[in-house]
Ligand binder design. Structure first.
Ligand code: ADP
Ligand code: MG
Length: 610
C-alpha cells in the first residue's frame, strides 16, 4: 500500500466544513463535547461487543485527554472500537454513511439485537467541529478487529485529507493543532471546565493529564433499582446547585411517542417567594448522555421553571442550535410529553402523599396557577392540581375542585368562591351569608390571581365557577320578607331616598335576596369585586371606588329603624345612611377615607351614649 494517499472530501463535506467553521456553532467550545461524544460512542460499541462475547479482552474503557500549552495541541484518546482504513475514508470523508448507522446496520444484520444499541444514532456533523479550533487534525486509529493495523488521517479541513499507515493502540487518538485564536484550549483549566460543563455524565472515566475529571454518572439512564437514595440526592444537588434535599423526584423513561429518559426534581423551597427574583428554567437537555443545552428554555413551559433535572432524548441532533430549538416541532412535542408526564406525577403524589403535596402546594402554587391561567394546552391537567380552603374545611385543610363537586348538595349548580385577605375576613363579611343559609360550600381565595384563574377556567366538570360576590347572583328562591321587615312600598321609598343621599357613589339601591345577618352589601359594577381587583392588577389606573350597587336587607332591624328615622325627617338618618354605605365598602375590601369616618362615628357614638 502506498505510503501517503491524498483524498478529496466529498462535496457535501466541504460545504459542511465551511459551515461548521464559519457559522454553524456560535459556541466554539462545544467541539470538545462532540469529540468526547464520539469517543463515548466508540467505547459504547466496544462494550457492546465485549458483552455479546466476541471473545475480546475486557479492557477498561476510558478517555484520556492531554494538553500541551507549548506545542498548542490538545489530544483526545479513547480505546473504543477504532476505525479501519476503509472506515476512516467512509466515516470521516463522506457524509452519506455515518459510521454509527453502518454499525447499526451491520449488527442488526448479524444479530438483530438493537436494544442495546440505543447509543447509536445520528449525531449530525460532530467530528468536523474540531476544525473550529484546529487548523490541522491528526487522527490515528486502530480497529478492534483482530490483526487490524493503525492508520493516520490528517487534514486541515480545507478540501482534502491524507491517509497513511501508522502506529497506535486499539482505539482512536485525535491531536488538534490549535489555531492561534484558540490557544486557550491548550490550557488544562479551560478543558477541565468544558468537560465538567458538557460531559460530566459520560459513563466512562475522562482523565485530563492523568487526572479523572468526571465523577457523576448519567443516573437518569440507569435502572431505578440500581440507584440509591443518596445517589439521587447527590445528583439533585449537583444539577440544581442545591444544598437541600429535593421534595419530589420523578424518574421516568418512555419509548413512545418519543424516546425519553428524564430525571426531574422539585426543590423544597421556592426561591421566588423569598424575593430572589424570577427563576430560570432549570432542566438540561441531553442526547445519549451528552449535553445539548443547559437550562433549555424550550423543554418545559415557563411556569415549570422551578423544576430541576435532566431530559435525555435520543431524537435530537447534537448540533441543534438555540434558534432551531425555538421553532422545532420535535422540541414542542418533547415539551408537551414531559410536561404532561410531570403533571400526572404531581397528581399521583397528591393522592398518595397528601401531606407532602400540601407542602408542595404551599410553596409552589403560584406556578401552577400561572399555568392554569395562561397555558391552554395543560389547563385541564392543572385544574386537577389546584387546592383551596373552604367554608367547610378546617383552617389548614385543603380541597380540590373534584372534592368540592363530590360533596355538592342536590340542587346546587355552581361552584362558589369568595376572596379576602384571610379566612376570618371572608367569614366576617356579608358575602357568605346566602351560602351559609343554603348550606353551600364556598371556596376561599386570597390572591387576585386565584380569582383570575377561576374566571379563566369558567367551569369545572360542567359546573360554573361563580364568585360569591357576583352582582347578579341567583341561588334560587329567597325567603319571603317577614312581617318584621319593610314591605314592598317601604323598600321602594327607602331605596329611592338612600340613592338620593349617596348620590353618585352608587348606581342603584335595591332590596337584596342574598342577605341574612347583614343590613347591606355592596356589589361591583364590574360583575364581581374579584374581577374588579383583577382588572386593577392589570390596569393600575382603574378607579377603585367606581360606584357600585348597594343592596339592603329589608328584614334587618337596622334597616327598618333607619327607614323609620328617615320617615320622621331626622337629620341623623343621613349620617347613619352614609355610615351604612361605608361599612359595606369596608366589607367589600374597598379602601375608605378614614378622616370623614372618624368624625361621623363620633357623632354616632355621642348619640348612642345619649
Ligand atoms: P456521528 O457521530 O453523528 O456519526 P461524527 O461526525 O461525529 O458523526 O462522526 C462520524 C463517524 O466517525 C462516527 O459515526 C464514527 O463512525 C466515526 N468516528 C468518529 N470519532 C470516532 C472515534 N473516536 N472512534 C471511532 N469512530 C469514530
Ligand atoms: Mg459524533
Amino acid at each position: 500500500m502506498s505510503a501517503v494517499e491524498t483524498k478529496e472530501f466529498q462535496t457535501e463535506i466541504r460545504q459542511l466544513l465551511d459551515l461548521v467553521i464559519n457559522s454553524l456553532y456560535t459556541d466554539r467550545e462545544i467541539f470538545l463535547r462532540e469529540l468526547i461524544s464520539n469517543a463515548n460512542d466508540a467505547m459504547e460499541k466496544m462494550r457492546h461487543l465485549q458483552f455479546t462475547g466476541e471473545n475480546l479482552a475486557d479492557v477498561p474503557l476510558e478517555i484520556n485527554i492531554t494538553t500541551d500549552d507549548e506545542a498548542h495541541t490538545l489530544t483526545i484518546t479513547d480505546n473504543g472500537i477504532g476505525m479501519t482504513r476503509e472506515e476512516l475514508v467512509q466515516n470521516l470523508g463522506t457524509i452519506a454513511h455515518s459510521g454509527s448507522k453502518e454499525f447499526l446496520k451491520h449488527l442488526s444484520a448479524t444479530r438483530g439485537d438493537q436494544d442495546d444499541l440505543k447509543l447509536i444514532g445520528q449525531f449530525g456533523v460532530g467530528f468536523y467541529a474540531a476544525f473550529m479550533v484546529a487548523d490541522k487534525v491528526t487522527l490515528t486509529s486502530r480497529s478492534y478487529q483482530p490483526g487490524a493495523a493503525a492508520h493516520v488521517w490528517i487534514s486541515d479541513g480545507k478540501g482534502s485529507y491524507t491517509i497513511e499507515d501508522g502506529e497506535g493502540a486499539q482505539g482512536t487518538k485525535i491531536v488538534l493543532h490549535l489555531k492561534e485564536d484558540a490557544y486557550d484550549y491548550g490550557q488544562p483549566d479551560t478543558i477541565r471546565r468544558i468537560i465538567r460543563q458538557y460531559s460530566s455524565f459520560v459513563p466512562y472515566p475522562i482523565n485530563l493529564n492523568g487526572e479523572k475529571v468526571n465523577t457523576i454518572q448519567a443516573l437518569w439512564t440507569k435502572n431505578k433499582s440500581e440507584i440509591s437514595e443518596e445517589e439521587y440526592t447527590e445528583f439533585y444537588k449537583f444539577i440544581a446547585n442545591a444544598y437541600d434535599e429535593p421534595l419530589f423526584r420523578l424518574h421516568f423513561s418512555s419509548d413512545a411517542p418519543l424516546n425519553i429518559n428524564a430525571l426531574l426534581y422539585v426543590p423544597k423551597e421556592n426561591m421566588e417567594r423569598f424575593g430572589f427574583g424570577r427563576m430560570e428554567i432549570g432542566v438540561n437537555l441531553y442526547c445519549k448522555k451528552v449535553l445539548i443545552q443547559e437550562q433549555a428554555k424550550e423543554i418545559l413551559p415557563d411556569w415549570l421553571r422551578f423544576v430541576r433535572g435532566v431530559v435525555d432524548s435520543e431524537e435530537f441532533p447534537l448540533n441543534i442550535s438555540r434558534e432551531t430549538m425555538q421553532d422545532s416541532a420535535l422540541v414542542a412535542k418533547l415539551n408537551k410529553v414531559v410536561t404532561s408526564r410531570f403533571l400526572r406525577f404531581l397528581n399521583e403524589q397528591a393522592k398518595n402523599e397528601p401531606d407532602k403535596y400540601k407542602e408542595f402546594w404551599q410553596n409552589f402554587n403560584m406556578f401552577l396557577k400561572e399555568g392554569a391561567a395562561n397555558d391552554f394546552t395543560h389547563r385541564q391537567e392543572l385544574t386537577k392540581l389546584l387546592r383551596f380552603e373552604s367554608s367547610k374545611t378546617t383552617a389548614d385543610e385543603l380541597i380540590s375542585l373534584a372534592d368540592y363537586v363530590a360533596r355538592m348538595p342536590e340542587g346546587q349548580t355552581g361552584i362558589y368562591y369568595a376572596n379576602g385577605p384571610t379566612r376570618e375576613a371572608i367569614e366576617a363579611g356579608p358575602y357568605l351569608e346566602a351560602f351559609r343559609d343554603k348550606d353551600y360550600e364556598v371556596l376561599y381565595t386570597h390572591e387576585a390571581i386565584d380569582d383570575y384563574v377561576l374566571s379563566q377556567l369558567g367551569e369545572f366538570e360542567g359546573k360554573r365557577l361563580i364568585s360569591a360576590d357576583q352582582t347578579d347572583l341567583n341561588l334560587g328562591e329567597g325567603e319571603e320578607a317577614d312581617a318584621a321587615g319593610l314591605d314592598a312600598a317601604e323598600v321602594k321609598e327607602f331605596s329611592a331616598w338612600l340613592k338620593e343621599v349617596l348620590g353618585s357613589k352608587v348606581t342603584e339601591v335595591r332590596a337584596s335576596k342574598r342577605l341574612v345577618d347583614s343590613p347591606a352589601i355592596l356589589l361591583s359594577p364590574y360583575g364581581t369585586y374579584s374581577m374588579q381587583r383583577m382588572m386593577q392588577l392589570m390596569n393600575r389606573d382603574l378607579n377603585q371606588t367606581a360606584p357600585g350597587i348597594l343592596e339592603i336587607n329589608a328584614k334587618h332591624q337596622l334597616i327598618k329603624r333607619l327607614s323609620e328615622l328617615h320617615q320622621q325627617g331626622e337629620d341623623f338618618a343621613q349620617v347613619a345612611a352614609e355610615q351604612l354605605y361605608e361599612n359595606a365598602q369596608i366589607a367589600a375590601g374597598i379602601m375608605v377615607d378614614p378622616r370623614n369616618m372618624v368624625g361621623r362615628l363620633n357623632e354616632i357614638l355621642a348619640r348612642a351614649l345619649g
